[in-house]
Design a protein around this ligand. Structure first.
Ligand SMILES: [Zn+2]
Length: 180
């Protein structure tokens, strides 16, 4: 109540007492709170823009249409990731300004090291996508590298760079944990 009164009096001084002014102050506060930028989904987290493959009964695994389906997913994902890498590079070039304030410099440095880590992850993912595309060319895509079983369309759609079936992947993760 006391703050509202204070606002009202300052407004009254400025604009000969219009009652709508304090209301506006309240709404602008609300928009400030919701204007926090929503984290965008990164191409690093996966590729989501595709229609799930409609598998017909008795269809041969990794036949031509299926291979093409995953080629398209991998190529589109690769493209999106490359664009993201471009944006990161440009952002870093744009931001590479001289900040006289040491605090600004520190913030900038930590932002840069975060972006460098992101670029590292992007590079690794690009390599995986390329390897998946190569496996597709060889006709080896979609089969478990460890036991040779079919990885499966749904798992591949969720994780187009998967090289292990879910069983071998689970086993792999258990071994990883045991190694510490
Ligand atoms: Zn396997």
């Amino acid at each position: 109540m006391s703050t509202k009164k204070a606002v009202a009096t300052t407004v009254a001084d400025d604009t000969t007492g219009k009652k709508s002014m304090p209301k506006k102050t309240v709404t602008s506060k609300k928009t400030e709170q919701t204007a926090v930028p929503v984290a965008q989904m990164s191409a690093l987290d996966g590729f989501g823009k595709f229609t799930p493959y409609d598998e017909k009964a008795g269809e041969e695994y990794m036949n031509a249409p299926q291979s093409e389906h995953f080629r398209q997913i991998l190529l589109a994902w690769r493209q999106e990731l490359m664009e993201e890498v471009d944006r990161t590079v440009h952002h870093m070039q744009d931001e590479a300004a001289n900040f006289p304030d040491p605090n600004d410099r520190a913030t900038q440095e930590s932002e840069f090291s975060m972006e460098l880590r992101t670029r590292d992850r992007e590079r690794k993912l690009l390599k995986k996508i390329d390897e998946a595309l190569e496996a597709l060319e060889r006709g080896e895509y979609g089969f478990c590298e460890s036991c040779g079983v079919e990885i499966g369309i749904r798992r591949l759609e969720a994780r187009p760079t998967a090289t292990l079936c879910i069983d071998c992947k689970t086993l792999d993760e258990i071994r990883e944990k045991q190694r510490g």
